[in-house]
Each structure stands twice: as structure tokens, then as C-alpha cells.
Ligand binder design. Sequence first.
Ligand code: ATP
Length: 360
Amino acid sequence: MARIDLQNLAHSYVPKPSGPGDYALKPLDHVWRQGGAYALLGPSGCGKTTLLNIISGLLVPSEGRVLFDGRDVTALPTEARNIAQVFQFPVVYDTMTVYENLAFPLRNRGLRGPAVDARVREIAELLDLTPDLKHRGSGLTADAKQKISLGRGLVRPDVAAILFDEPLTVIDPHLKWELRSKLKALHRALDLTMIYVTHDQTEAMTFADTVVVMHDGAVVQMGRPQELFERPAHVFVGHFIGSPGMNVLPATVYGRSAHVGGHEIRLARGYPPIDAGRVEIGVRPEFATLAPAGSGVPVRVRRIDDLGRVRLAKVELAGIPMAATVPEAMPLVGDEASLTFEREMVHVYADGHLVEGEAA
Ligand code: ATP
């Protein structure tokens, strides 16, 4: 496994880019630590595949360098990078047994004998494939085949990194959860650097210890799942992660107060005057709670959705729609109500970017 350095990396598919809009991957400078579990998360077209292809060696970046453990691999092809890849669709040899399929990447690298056998059995055990070892690939379900593909990716102990490109797309929905948890456990057991591309926030948040959120060719935040949830660095992260996403309200902010349509919302931090085209506050529905009229910021209730574990209110604050949590015991009479906010969880954004503010 390896530490991966992405140095001043950027990519444009246009020969002579004339501005940021011409870049599929805008400049980034990151160190991805050895043994980390990373997820590249973002909507279609945000640049995930471009970045993955640069790391795997399918694409030479138009700018910058990629280092594996300090060695410049930018111009090296995939075969020379010592990586394993697992794709959306299973890559399994139908005429070989499951055992032979798993042993193939090891034998291909010149390994023979008991070392191969021990590793194949270890991986088969971790993936619950032991009972299938003697079966041929041809008779297996799509789920089982994808498990073998995962196994083939994981079997080599010496790889610099394993790259997963939306690997659970063909997996039956009820098995997805199981396989995701299994991958996480495998990561802990095998201590490998893993990079997992997905547009599914649940997949990213359950698999990764570091989620890299991409938007419009740029990495907008890199952090632990909890950080992304509690402290989105960009309004896009707030929208994209969470269901429903973070509420974003136009505001004026000064000192420890935000004003939204004439209503004051107290903030946990102090802010100097913000010089930006767009100033907003962001608060997740989980941290905005409905209360009886007169006990907080006045809102009009438009709808209550009972989601089973939680009730969610669609409200309007100064005419701006937002979502809030309804406490279990709260009776609802009419459409007049208030909101109370968890102060630490109300964030300020200038032109989409989080403004830090000053603690007391
Ligand atoms: P998806 O999830 O749909 O695969 P993605 O996040 O992986 O999307 P990329 O495939 O990296 O995004 O695409 C990023 C941008 O680069 C898009 O605007 C896309 O149209 C463009 N792009 C991708 N491949 C090429 C190419 N070979 N030539 C020109 N433009 C490309």
C-alpha cells in the first residue's frame, strides 16, 4: 500500500484551456495517507472518473504530478503502478473456479505454492466465499460474481492502492448494506489504501473514513463523514449530504447575529462584516426544531411528513421554505409556530463557502 500525493493536479480535456470552465478537474493539492479508506463522492459529471483515471494511470493529467510513496508515477501506465481495480460490472473468468479466479492475480504476479493458497482462503473466508471455492464462475449470480471481483481486487497484499469504481451498482439492494459493511471490515483487516468512487452518499459515508466531495470539477471538502454532516465547508456539501439536505437562507450577518427577513437568529460565533456577493446561513433540519408559536423565530407550517422514526415539518421563515424537525410530543394547532436552533450548528456562508467566525 502507498501514500498518494496529488501535487498541483488539474486536468482539461481541451488542448488550450482558457479559464476554469475548461477544466474537468480544477487544481488540487492533496496527500492521501497510506492505509486510508477514501470515497470520491459527487454527482454525475463532477470529475470523479477523471480523478480516478489519473490515479489509476488511464489518463495523464494535463497539469501536475501523482506520486506513490514519493515516486513520480504521472506518466506510468496502469500496469506499472501496482494497483488493483474493481469496476461496476464483475470481471470473472466463467470457465475457472472461484478459487482459480481469486488465485489468478497472485499467479499472474509470479506467486506460487502455499502463499497463494493461504491468501486465497483468507480472502474467501472474509467474503463468505469459502463454500463456493470449487464452483465455476459461470453458474453464479451477479452478486456472487461481484463478490469475486472484489476478492480479486483485494487478494494481492502488495498493491499500492485498490480503486473501486461504483462497485455495488449491480448488487441487489438488500445485499448492498451487507457488502458495504464487509468492505469496511476488510479495510480494517487488510490495512490497504482504498479509493471508492460513488455518487451515493450512504455508500460513501458507510465505507470511507475520509470522504472527498467533488462539485463541478473541484474538491469542495475532504473530511470525516461526521464533519461533512455537522460542518459543511460549502453549501453544496450541505445540500448533497443529508436527506433532506441543509437549509440555506439568505441573511445579513454581523457580530453574533444573523437576520433573515427581519428575524434574528443568534449565532455561536462572532463575525466581522462580510464582504461577499451572497451571504447565507445554513442549518440542517436536524438542528432546527419546531416549537409552539411565541417561543422562537416565527414560522408558518406548510406540511408535516411523518417519516416513521422522525416527523419533518416543511415551514416558511419570512416566506423562505425550509425543513425542520418536529419534537415527538409536540401537538400541532394551526399553522403558526416557531423554530429554535442549535446555535453551534448554524453556519455562515459567503458566496457558498463556510466563514469560520470567531469563538468568544
Ligand atoms: P459520472 O459519475 O457520470 O461518471 P464523473 O463525476 O465521473 O461523472 P467525469 O466523467 O470525470 O465525471 O467527467 C467530468 C467532466 O469531464 C464532464 O463534464 C465530462 O463531460 C467531461 N469529460 C469526461 N471525459 C471526457 C473526455 N474523454 N473528453 C472530453 N470531456 C470529457
